[in-house]
Design a protein around this ligand. Structure first.
Ligand code: F6R
Length: 610
């Protein structure tokens, strides 16, 4: 979603703002803009619809705009179509305030009407312009006081960057439900939607919390609550390398991130295996606690939800405890049955997804203990959870998630195995067999990735299909959901995932000669049932690609048009392998179709509006 960058210091702000925005491009956007202040020129605002490159060309990489403090923004349209005038920064009618905003001001029409009744004219269709105009209305010479008044009047979600031409030595930031970090430098300070925008300049960051206001000058960072009482913020050092957020020779971030999965898996798992035992930091779930649990409620969105779907099968099988999986956007409004004996397992790569965050708060309010699996260190979901397990996948830039999915799943396995051991719900032999098999997964992932040319060949054969079905049972069905999402989000091919046993209840009517069906047949206990479903769709003329483990290939191959063999693994562990060729298939199909793989249309990396 929208990206925000702010800079106040001694260097020319223009190039720094554009560079910061380029690091936030992955979040998804449709227009961009900057506001920079110079004592002789005043407030200069430049905005352009389309790619950041359009704005950058207009400003000669930022060199054409002079001044040492400013704000930059990439906009993902919510209120008002993408256009120059609706782009941010939005400026107040008196030209004093420039505002960039991520989120939605829910009561903007009511405030707009009020301001119009006072004679204020609006030029854009945005909710953000209301903030700029309201600031001008309340400003009586004290910037922070005006900001505080505005924050008391607006409702909704926001990360705000504010520049006031009357106070040209500072920028101000505020947040509620949308991420904002402060980058602390020597002789300069920055604000941004996430760390990737500032890491070239500083690795020392503070995370702004809900309701806080920050005032940044070149040499100071002050943070206040909404009543302007000072707040102490700690400074965190970011230690990942800048190269982790670059393409490293690959054509797309998605390709790089697919290939990084064995490493990301090892980085996530290795520190948690000590002397052959699973050690989950800070997690002291003893037998009495686990026995007392009434259920595990997994809450997430999108691909993280698909990890939860697989997680349900895994946790229920290993713990014999009821597990419910909920889409966060449904959970928050469904009056869920949660007690103080419920464990809410919240899964999120970004740690900022607004629906997931709201669901987390609801689960907490209802008494659940919240354990989250999160990739972005210091993100809001991580900070608000009772306990957090980080996936050490490194920054994920491609909109379509890959390495976050596999590392989230890895942590679900570790959690399930560790709890099963505590509960004695698995025999020691079964536990050891699963753990050994689990630790061999990254080598097997490498073997799959090595043969990616074959998947590329299959993609070149099938990329023209207009509709593709994924069928599977049990864990294969969970993987099918993820495979289908991956394909549709980056290749724009219509696709559905079906529990294979459901086909006869309606969907099979869509199968006609030439329809492509990808049959996920990894889960050995239900292999034969799945083969029957393959035969059903084959006899109605479908083209079928079968995916199964090496041991089962001989049985499936004669029944399908093409086969993707997977290294053998315990059936419960196979999803970690099965998903890889599906990511590659989606990637190569999208490549064949000439799609913008890292920035698929209409999508944003981090969904910070409801
Ligand atoms: C799909 C994808 C999304 C995210 C979803 C949740 O490839 O990336 O479906 O999984 O938006 O995001 P997080 O995990 O950041 O909460």
């Amino acid at each position: 979603m929208c990206g925000i960058v702010g800079y106040v210091g001694r260097e020319e702000a223009g190039p720094i703002l554009l560079d910061g925005l380029s690091r936030l491009e992955y979040r998804g956007y449709d227009s961009a803009g900057v506001a920079v202040y110079h004592p002789q020129v005043g407030l200069q605002v430049d905005k352009a619809k389309g790619r950041l490159q359009v704005l950058s060309d207009l400003l000669d990489g930022g060199k054409k705009i002079k001044g040492t403090l400013g704000l930059g923004h990439t906009r993902w349209a919510t209120h008002g179509r993408p256009s120059d005038v609706n782009s941010h920064p939005q400026v107040s009618e008196d030209g004093l305030f420039a505002v960039v905003h991520n989120g939605i001001i829910e009561n903007y029409s009511e405030i707009k009407e009020f301001l119009e009744s006072k004679g204020v004219s609006f030029v854009s269709e945005t909710d953000t312009e209301v903030v700029a105009q309201l600031l001008a209305y309340h400003y009586k010479g004290d910037l922070l006081e005006a900001v505080s008044k505005v924050l008391h009047r607006i409702r909704g979600a926001y990360a705000l960057g504010i520049l006031c031409a009357d106070q040209p030595d500072r920028i101000v930031a505020a947040r509620k439900d949308s991420p904002l970090i402060l980058g602390r430098g020597d002789g300069f300070n920055m604000l941004a939607s996430d760390v990737t925008a500032v890491i070239r300049y500083t690795r020392d960051v503070s995370y702004l919390d809900d309701g806080e206001i920050a005032q940044l000058t070149p040499n100071s960072v002050e943070v206040f609550d909404r009543y302007l009482r000072p707040v102490e913020k700690s400074v965190h050092h970011v230690d990942w390398e800048i190269s982790a957020a670059e393409k490293g020779g690959y054509e797309h971030f998605m390709a790089k991130e697919i290939m990084e999965q064995p490493k990301a898996f090892r980085d996530t798992v290795s520190p948690r295996i000590q002397d052959g035992e699973i050690v989950l930091e800070g997690l002291n779930f003893d037998r009495a606690y686990l026995t007392s649990l009434d259920k595990v409620y997994i809450i997430a969105c999108g691909s993280s939800y698909h990890v939860g779907m697989a997680g349900k099968y895994i946790l229920e099988k290993l713990l014999r405890k009821p597990v419910e999986v909920a889409l966060a956007s449904e959970f928050r409004y469904c009056d869920p049955i949660v007690t103080d004996k419920t464990l809410a397992l919240v899964i999120s790569q970004s740690g900022e997804t607004i629906d997931t965050l709201a669901a987390l708060r609801e689960a907490k309010r209802l008494g659940a203990t919240v354990l989250s699996i999160v990739n972005v260190v210091g993100s809001t979901i991580a900070r608000e959870s009772d306990k957090v397990l980080y996936t050490w996948a490194g920054p994920e830039i491609a909109v379509a998630t890959t390495k976050a999915y596999t590392t989230q799943l890895a942590l679900v396995y570790l959690l399930a195995l560790s709890c099963a051991k505590t509960l004695d719900s698995l025999s020691p032999e079964e536990y050891q067999e699963l753990l050994r098999g689990f630790l061999r997964l990254p080598d097997k992932m490498e073997a799959i990735l090595k043969h990616r040319d074959y998947i590329q060949y299959l993609a070149s054969h099938y990329f023209n299909h207009s509709s593709i079905f994924f069928i599977g049972r049990n864990l294969d069905y969970a993987v099918g959901m993820e495979a289908s999402l991956k394909l549709k989000e980056i290749s724009y091919i219509h696709s559905e995932a079906y529990a294979a046993g459901e086909l006869k209840h309606g969907t099979i009517s869509l199968i006609e000669p030439g329809t492509l069906v990808i049959a996920l047949a990894g889960y050995a206990p239900l292999f034969e049932k799945l083969v029957s479903n393959v035969v059903e769709v084959k006899s109605r003329g479908a083209d079928v690609i079968g995916v199964t483990s090496a041991a089962q290939t001989g049985w499936l191959a004669p029944k399908v048009d093409a086969i993707i063999p997977l290294p053998d693994a315990h059936p419960l562990l196979l999803p970690s392998l099965e998903v890889l060729p599906m990511q590659l298939f989606a990637y190569y199909v999208a490549l064949q179709r000439g799609c913008d793989i890292d920035k698929p249309r209409n999508l944003a990396k981090s969904v910070t509006v409801e």
